[in-house]
Design a protein around this ligand. Structure first.
Ligand SMILES: *[C@@H]1O[C@H](CO)[C@@H](O)[C@H](O)[C@H]1NC(C)=O
Length: 250
């Protein structure tokens, strides 16, 4: 398994290097990061991939300000993604940063932060925006427990890198639990999916998916769950979801 993951990484790296349209140009990335930081009034000159903890702290402080804080982050992220254009995906790959000398931990943390924001602001935006007060409350009051979920994941991976898929699934279950108990099944799904997207494991763990109701947790009101499920099934197409939501209003 360890071998297979390495092969996948090397293969992905070669593909990434071979196609010029898939290169992450570091000058462009620096420029776009500068714009992102300006939009969030970040004055620290080292709040970038060399210091993902600083960036993460700043974004979290916006998140805890409530929905306006979320919108500020999403606005900055949107401009960042537009700034990178078709370099976005290759820049949001930890291999890019490892290749340029960052530690695997920093590379992972930086990419995870931006992939998580991408979900909060894009794929999961409907759920983020309508549940933000509850989400922000859990982020604040359950911080230690949520950090413990991540620590357990990091420790498990360090001990056995081949446990990636199981450790990721355990992380998702651990993380979503705190959102389920406070905010209910929709936010529990949101928390699982945001964790999964943050880990960028689509290629390595294609079987890992986030169900609306976590296994082992009894389902609540079946009819309302079905309604939510219908919206979730369309989550990859935000425009359709918007239209469906708008259609449901009259
Ligand atoms: C950044 O600072 C300016 C000037 O103080 C303020 O108008 C703006 O709202 C701030 N931006 C954010 C995202 O808080």
């Amino acid at each position: 398994m360890k071998f297979k993951v390495s092969i996948l990484l090397i293969f992905g790296f070669l593909i990434g290097s071979a196609s010029s349209s898939n290169l992450c140009i570091s000058k462009t990335l620096s420029f776009c990061q500068y714009g992102f930081n300006q939009n969030l009034n970040v004055t620290s000159t080292t709040a970038d991939w060399t210091n993902p903890g600083t960036l993460s702290f700043i974004i979290r402080s916006y998140y805890l300000q409530g929905i306006d804080g979320l919108l500020s982050v999403c606005n900055a992220r949107q401009q960042f993604a537009q700034c990178l254009g078709d370099q976005y995906d290759s820049c949001m790959s930890k291999l890019n940063f490892i290749a340029s000398g960052e530690s695997p931990e920093d590379a992972q943390a930086y990419v995870q932060l931006f992939r998580t924001m991408e979900f909060d602001c894009d794929g999961g935006f409907i759920q983020s925006s309508r549940n933000w007060p509850c989400i922000a409350a859990v982020l604040q009051t359950k911080e230690d427990m949520l950090n413990q979920c991540r620590q357990t994941y990091n420790d498990a991976l360090k001990k056995d890198p081949s446990s990636l898929c199981q450790s990721s699934a355990d992380y998702e279950t651990c993380y979503r639990h705190f959102f389920f108990t406070t905010c209910g099944p929709e936010v529990s799904w949101w928390a699982c999916e945001r964790t999964r997207r943050g880990l960028s494991i689509d290629t390595d763990c294609p079987m890992d998916t986030c169900s609306l109701v976590a296994s082992g947790v009894s389902s609540g009101d079946a009819t309302s769950s079905e309604g939510v499920q219908k919206v979730f099934e369309m989550k990859t197409n935000a425009a359709l979801v918007m239209r469906q939501l708008a259609a449901g209003k009259h």
